[in-house]
Design a protein around this ligand. Sequence first.
Ligand code: ZN
Length: 240
Amino acid sequence: MIRVTVWSEYRHEKRNPKIAEIYPDGMHGAIARSLSDAGFAVRTATLDEPEHGRTEDVLATTDVMTWWGHMAHGDVSDAIVERVHKRVLEGMGLIVLHSGHFSKIFKRLMGTSCDLRWREAGERERLWVVSPGHPIVEGIGEAFEIPHEEMYGEFFDIPEPDELVLLSWFQGGDVFRSGCCYHRGRGKIFYFRPGHETYPTYYQPEVQRVIANAVKWAAPVARPATSFGHRPEPLEDLHV
Ligand code: ZN
């Protein structure tokens, strides 16, 4: 069974009663419940726990981590970011959600500013599947709509994704690469755009389905050990 750690900074929900009303158990609570219903072994962790809930032991027993952060990216300790980065290179999957585009870990893994354009007007978002047949959009169809969301618009300063799975259109006319796959070391990373804290986005079945599919895609697979360095003994006789 795939072991998932759903991580969230969990600050908006504590400070804004309207957000707490939408997510009484935190955004991580809603995401964790949907992943648990999808059959994964799920636990949650949040910023204000010791070591942000990301101890060596938690990371060693996590196959895929989801990451939602926004107002407190700067409060995430560099040592913990380093620890997560190391685990991604070792093979842990990472699903970066919405405003996680500006997290230390995503910027570190991408190597670019990860900046974008945004507008908070509650407009309609339509997410188009641009890689039909990709496992992350299994069961999604051609497109789906989120009735009200924050707009994120291009240009999104990321490296060219290894695979682009979803492309968003917004009512106001902007477009955005909203489902992006990357490989770093042995790890797989999926950036998924929706999930502004003032909308019930993480209860929407299509959104939950994409996240669950992404967990399956990003989970580590058995692979042979790799070796590096000096190879003085050739496999074949060089003198024949
Ligand atoms: Zn937002």
